[in-house]
Design a protein around this ligand. Structure first.
Ligand SMILES: Cc1ncc(COP(=O)(O)O)c(C=O)c1O
Length: 309
C-alpha cells in the first residue's frame, strides 16, 4: 500500500509558518507496523536464505518488537521464541481475558497475549539474566535449550534493520528540510540518517532518560555517514524515562489526536510529537521549513496508556 504523508494543519502549526507532515508508517501493516516492518524486512529474507525455521528474540512485557516479530513469524512461516524480561510474569495466566482493572498487569497484558496467540513461545527470565542476553555464553545456552534459530536482537536493531530503515525516506516523495523520529535503540534514526540528502537534517527524540550514549551509538550504526553528521538527538522530551508519562504528555496526545485524527502512544510517538510542537513554538525551525515526522507505530501499546509500565 502507498504510505500516506499527512499534512498537519491544526491552529498551532497553521500559525507557525512551518509545513509539518506525518509519514504514516503506522499504516504499513496491521501488526508489523511502523519502523518494525523496515527493521524486519531484510532480517526475514536473511533467515529464509539461511533456511532457519525459528526466530528468537528479546523484549520487555509491552514490547512492540515482540508483537511484531510474533506476527511476522505467523505470516512468513517461522516458529518464534520470545525471551521476556521479568521472571515474575512466568506464572501469570496468559490465557484468560483480563478485566480492564487487570490490563497491563503481569502476564495478562495485551502484548504477551497477542504474541502467544500468534504462536510465539514465551520464555521468562529474571532481569539479571536478561541483562546478560547478548553474551556468547547466554546465546550458547539458548541454542542448547531451543535448538537452532535466527537471532533478532532486542528492539530488532542490527545492520540489516538499518538497511531496511534506510528505505523509509524514499516513501516521503516530497522535498523536506528536517525529518524526525523517536529514538530507543537508535537503529531507526541511524537508517534515516544514512539516506539523507546533503541539505537535509534528522532529529531523533530520545525516549530514554540520561541517554547521552545514544549519540555515539547512532554514529557507529550509520551505514554511509555524510560529512558533517546530519543528525542530532534531542534529549529533553523523555518525560521521566522509558514508558514514563505525565498528565501534560497525555493531554497533548489527546488534543493532537482530536485535531488531526492520528493516534499516538505515550512511549514513542507521543513524546516525539510533543517535542516537535515545543521546538516549533520555540522557533527552532526556520520559517517555511518543511518538517516530516515519522510515525513509527507502536499503537499496540496504547491500551496500557494509563497503567504503569
Ligand atoms: C513504536 C516505536 N517507535 C520508535 C522506536 C525506536 O526505534 P529504535 O529502537 O530503532 O530507536 C521503537 C523501538 O524499536 C518503537 O517500538
Amino acid at each position: 500500500m502507498k504510505i500516506p504523508l499527512q499534512k498537519i494543519s491544526d491552529p498551532v502549526i497553521a500559525a507557525s509558518g512551518i509545513d509539518l507532515f506525518v509519514l504514516r508508517l503506522d499504516m504499513t501493516h496491521p501488526h508489523i507496523s511502523g519502523n518494525k516492518w523496515y527493521k524486519l524486512k531484510y532480517n526475514l529474507k536473511e533467515a529464509k536464505r539461511q533456511k532457519k525455521e525459528t526466530l528468537l528474540t528479546f523484549g520487555g512485557a509491552y514490547s512492540n518488537h515482540i508483537a511484531a516479530a510474533a506476527s511476522a513469524g505467523r505470516e512468513f512461516g517461522f516458529k518464534t521464541i520470545g525471551i521476556i524480561r521479568g521472571e515474575e510474569l512466568r506464572t501469570a495466566d496468559l490465557t484468560h481475558n483480563p478485566s480492564p482493572k487487570e490490563r497491563g498487569t503481569k502476564g495478562t497484558n495485551h502484548t504477551l497475549r497477542f504474541a502467544t496467540d500468534c504462536g510465539m513461545q514465551l520464555h521468562f527470565v529474571s532481569r539479571e539474566e536478561y541483562r546478560k542476553k547478548d553474551s556468547a555464553e547466554s546465546i550458547d545456552s539458548l541454542r542448547k535449550q531451543f535448538g537452532d534459530f535466527y537471532l533478532l536482537p532486542e528492539g530488532g536493531t542490527n545492520d540489516l534493520a538499518i538497511k531496511g530503515c534506510a528505505e523509509i525516506l524514499a516513501l516521503a516523495e516530497i522535498p523536506f528540510d528536517f525529518v524526525c523520529c523517536p529514538v530507543g535503540t537508535g537503529g531507526t534514526l541511524a537508517g534515516v540518517i544514512s539516506s539523507l540528502k546533503e541539505d537535509q537534517k534528522a532529529l531523533g527524540f530520545s525516549v530514554l532518560k540520561g541517554a547521552e550514549f545514544l549519540e555515539q551509538k547512532v554514529q557507529k550504526l550509520i551505514i554511509s555517514p555524510l560529512p558533517p553528521p546530519a543528525g542530532d538527538i534531542v534529549m529533553q522530551y523523555h518525560f521521566g524515562g522509558y514508558g514514563k508519562h505525565t498528565p501534560q504528555l497525555l493531554k497533548f496526545i489527546e488534543d493532537f489526536e482530536k485535531q488531526n485524527n492520528i493516534s499516538l502512544e505515550h512511549v514513542y510517538t507521543g513524546k516525539m510529537m510533543f517535542g516537535i510542537y515545543d521546538l516549533i513554538k520555540g522557533n527552532h525551525f526556520l520559517k517555511n521549513s518543511t518538517v516530516i515526522a515519522i510515525h513509527t507505530g507502536g499503537l499496540q501499546g496504547k491500551l496500557h496508556q494509563h497503567s504503569p509500565v
